[in-house]
Design a binder for this molecule. Structure first.
Ligand code: GDP
Ligand code: GDP
Length: 436
């Protein structure tokens, strides 16, 4: 279930972001649309042959105003901490630089597999330029060209070859996996402690332990849960910990491994731009979602305070109109235990299967109430629908001509499905296909 993570490391201008974009390819992201901010992506899912993995462009993580060599040292450290396999990228059009050697020294000290790739080898005649780079001590360098997309297959073969054994984490179907994500200081760690019911320090250091050690198993009223990446919430005093890009990276990794994501907001401070971006990632990943407004104890309240805050959330997160909202206090533990019930309900909705016969009754009824759209005298005809996946529930609707399915009509159908089946807390997907 856990996908391996690959990080690209190297000094500026060797082509890290070019290679990152090549490997990621065209993946549609709603986040840019949602937040109105252009996000330069540094983390994405990707695949190569039968392998799914996540990839990080560490060059996109700027760490305050640290000097140049310190920046790349910290980026290499992040790669060592976060990745299973590291692509060390150098520029074949220049010889080995001090900065390359600096990176090499840091990578030696890790016990992570490192694949050396020499970029900007744009044609076969340039291949001999890779020989210089044997001196870095990472074995055979892979010649590639980000600009022309050359050599990437061999590079990715070598990378995939180093992936850890995929059977290491068995799928535990009876466990609900959830994570708490949000800006620094909204109270994520405090909430974890409150959920666990005691002021207990969360187990073991990440270094040298298995990935599982960063999750906390917990049983509540007979249901098994796993809180994902709880170690990541504990502060280790690293310089890069508070940078936005790094916390986003941690959040994305945690989201990936969760069934349900709790988006924690700070009731005292209200909603910030960064909250919207984080929420966008959760929706994009197709996870169950709820909002948790924390520090509710610290606010002066009257009869309208909760409604006003709810309205603000609905206004700012229109794409998550199905996510329930809880107002809690990690400090006083008010309503904290109730979170488990919400998480359980969302998880059930996220994994819900609808019988085809019932599904098609609801669709027929919807069409009877609100006729399908027409275009240039042609009417959309819906033949039948079927659920093809869970987590999130995904439906294929077979029609005469998919182009006739307007966004607004699709939205209408989604709402009807929600009314009929109660998908609170989970996204649902509708795919329109021509019947063949
Ligand atoms: P980063 O700073 O390591 O992320 O590097 P970028 O991806 O921003 O690339 C730096 C520069 O190198 C850009 O001008 C790219 O167009 C160029 N570049 C990247 N890959 C190649 C390549 O394979 N061949 C050539 N000739 N130029 C490249
Ligand atoms: P994280 O960075 O999101 O993990 O946030 P922490 O759990 O470290 O909390 C940040 C600060 O907010 C700490 O000083 C906490 O004591 C405080 N805090 C957390 N939850 C609450 C709460 O429910 N009420 C109040 N008043 N303070 C809280």
């Amino acid at each position: 279930m856990t996908k391996p993570t690959v990080a690209i490391v190297g000094r500026p201008n060797v082509g890290k972001s070019t290679i990152f974009n090549r490997i990621v390819g065209e993946r549609i992201s709603i986040v840019e649309d949602v937040s109105g901010v252009t996000r330069d992506r540094i983390y994405s899912s990707a695949d190569w042959l039968t392998h799914d993995f996540n990839i990080i462009d560490t060059g996109g993580i700027e760490i305050g105003d640290e000097p140049f060599l310190e920046q790349i040292r910290l980026q290499a450290e992040i790669a060592i901490e976060e990745a299973d396999v590291i692509i060390f990228l150098v520029n074949g059009r220049e010889s080995v630089t001090d900065a390359d050697e600096h990176v090499a020294k840091i990578l030696y000290r890790s016990n992570k597999p490192v694949i050396l790739a020499v970029n900007k080898i744009d044609n076969p005649e340039m291949r001999e330029m890779i020989y210089d780079f044997y001196s870095l001590g990472f074995g055979d360098p892979y010649p590639i060209s980000g600009a022309h997309g050359l050599g990437l297959g061999d590079l990715l073969d070598a990378v995939a070859n180093e992936f850890p054994n995929e059977e290491s984490e068995p799928d535990e179907t009876d466990v609900i996996r959830f994570s708490l994500i949000g800006r620094p200081n909204v109270g994520k760690s405090s909430l974890v402690n409150a959920l666990l019911g005691e002021e207990r320090v969360i187990v073991s250091d990440v270094a040298g332990t298995t990935r599982d050690a960063i999750d906390t198993p917990y049983v509540y009223e007979g249901q098994k849960y796993k809180i994902i990446d709880t170690a990541g919430m504990r502060k280790k005093g690293k310089v890069y910990e508070t940078t936005e890009k790094y916390s986003v990276l941690r959040a994305l990794k945690a989201i990936d491994r969760s069934d349900v994501v709790l988006i924690v907001l700070n009731g005292e401070e209200g909603i910030r731009e960064q909250d919207k971006r984080i929420a966008g990632y959760a929706e994009e990943a197709g996870k169950g979602v709820m909002f948790v407004v924390n520090k509710w104890d610290a606010i002066e309240k009257d009869n309208h305070t909760m409604n006003n805050f709810t309205a603000k959330i609905r206004d700012n997160f229109m794409f998550l109109d199905y996510a329930p909202i809880a107002f809690v206090s990690a400090k006083t533990k008010q309503r904290v235990n109730g979170l488990f019930d919400s998480i359980k309900l969302i998880s059930e909705n996220h994994a819900k299967r609808i019988q085809s016969s019932v599904l098609n009754e609801v669709i027929e009824d919807a069409v009877a109430r609100n006729a399908t759209p027409t275009d240039k005298g042609k009417r959309l005809r819906i033949y039948y629908a079927t659920q093809v996946a869970v987590k999130p529930p995904t439906f294929i609707v077979f029609v005469n001509e998919p182009e006739l399915m307007h966004f607004s009509y699709e939205r209408f159908l989604q709402n009807r499905l929600r009314e009929a089946f109660g998908f609170e807390g989970t996204p649902i997907r509708l795919i329109t296909r021509a019947r063949t």
